[in-house]
Design a protein around this ligand. Structure first.
Ligand SMILES: Nc1ncnc2c1ncn2[C@@H]1O[C@H](COP(=O)(O)OP(=O)(O)O)[C@@H](O)[C@H]1O
Ligand SMILES: [Mg+2]
Length: 363
């Protein structure tokens, strides 16, 4: 997959921009707060349908303007694609693929695959399980629309089950209706849990390899999927989880939420048998987070037949020069967009960014 051209109107600090890209490495260079990350954000938006940082779409519209628009032309192995996103201050965004409006964001996701990495992605290793669930969800959703729809289905069922605890005055009243939700919940939970387990198993060899490569082969990385459903992932999954839901019902009712399910999943990450989250150094955590992201590249290639687009935001300043070199070798496999404040040893098409404009291009 390759982005051939990007066009912006009133997106963040860009009034208008139309820019052709290199099929390999594109570097956005410039001082702080000039609009480098904003460019990556606009690309990510066209791939995933939402921002990696803004919680509301309208934050991405140029201050004081009503509308914004991002257009992206993409060359895929077997067909070309044009993605257009229209943001409006008052209305929901609209998305077109090859000039045809899509009804659901699920129709966009998986069309142009992307992997995003920035220093904040350290969260993936260091912070709450929610970060690791988000990692699994964004990745698997790009490979499987079925997963994407199941995920939103699961979230709705879970919300309904939890709502029951709020609206019912006693446990007996809950028991009268909880069955329908439980049956739907376990069916969705099963799909999510099995897909996530498979995903973690699949990325492990790639992550190990990437980690050995980036770190120079000193430590051994392992990953383990930690299922929050409280039952074994086998052929009796649904029956057993249903039983466990019943067993926990009184507790869940008192707490006001469902205590088991994929919404409690996690991934355990170890280096030489030691948990990285609590005992790893900052440097180790950074290398692990990067390795997980690079593993995504390979896993997506395996599933989709093409490498995804790689976005690297301010990553190079954080790595020593040896690791920078190793990362660059990896980067050559796929179209990559890199932001940084100085050139390091980066080669590729260099775009100099200043105040929401590209002021110089050199190759
Ligand atoms: N909605 C917006 N409208 C106009 N400017 C914005 C908007 N959102 C952010 N900015 C501006 O964008 C700049 C930050 O861009 P960013 O891409 O994060 O910079 P960097 O080059 O450091 O990566 C800041 O100057 C900020 O004021
Ligand atoms: Mg930035």
């Amino acid at each position: 997959m390759k982005i051939t051209e990007l066009e912006l109107q009133n997106f963040r600090n860009y009034k208008t921009l139309k820019v052709p890209f290199d099929e390999k490495v594109n570097v956005f260079i410039g001082k702080n707060a000039q609009g480098k990350t904003n460019l990556l954000e606009s690309i990510f938006l066209c791939c995933i349908g939402k921002s990696f940082k803004a919680s509301k779409d309208k934050e991405m519209i140029f201050w004081g303007e009503e509308n914004a628009c991002v257009k992206m032309n993409v060359q895929k192995k077997f067909r070309d694609l044009k993605v257009e996103i229209f943001l409006n201050k008052l209305h929901k965004k609209t998305v077109k693929i090859n000039s045809l409006p899509i009804r659901r964001i699920g129709d966009l996701i998986g069309e142009v695959n992307v992997v995003f990495f920035s220093p904040q992605e350290l969260r993936l290793v260091k912070e709450s399980p929610e970060e690791r669930r988000k990692f699994m969800d964004i990745d698997i959703s790009q490979q499987s629309k079925r997963y994407f729809y199941q995920l939103s289905r699961y979230e709705k069922i879970l919300a309904n089950r939890n709502k029951l605890f709020k609206i019912c005055s006693n446990l007996e009243a809950v028991k009268e209706t909880v069955d329908i939700w439980d049956r739907a919940l376990v069916a969705s939970a099963k799909i999510l849990a099995f897909e996530r387990q498979k995903f973690v198993e699949e990325i492990l060899p790639y992550a190990e390899k990437a980690h050995r490569f980036i770190s120079g082969g000193k430590e051994n990385l392992t990953l383990a999927y930690k299922c929050g459903c409280g039952v074994a992932l086998d052929e009796n999954f649904e029956e057993n989880m249903d039983k466990l839901l019943k067993k926990n019902l009184e507790k869940d009712f008192k707490l006001g939420f469902t205590t088991i399910g994929p919404h409690r999943d996690d991934i355990d990450i170890f280096l030489n048998g030691v948990e990285v989250k609590n005992f790893g150094s900052q440097g180790q955590q950074r290398t692990v987070a990067l390795s997980l992201k690079l593993a995504e590249l390979e896993n997506m290639k395996e599933h989709c037949g093409e490498y995804p687009i790689l976005l690297l935001d301010d990553v190079f300043s954080e790595l020593d020069s040896e690791r920078q070199d190793r990362l660059l070798k990896f980067v050559g496999r796929t179209q990559t967009f890199i932001t940084c404040t100085d050139e390091h040893k980066l080669s590729g098409k260099i775009f100099e960014i200043e105040g929401g404009k590209i002021i110089k291009i050199k190759k």
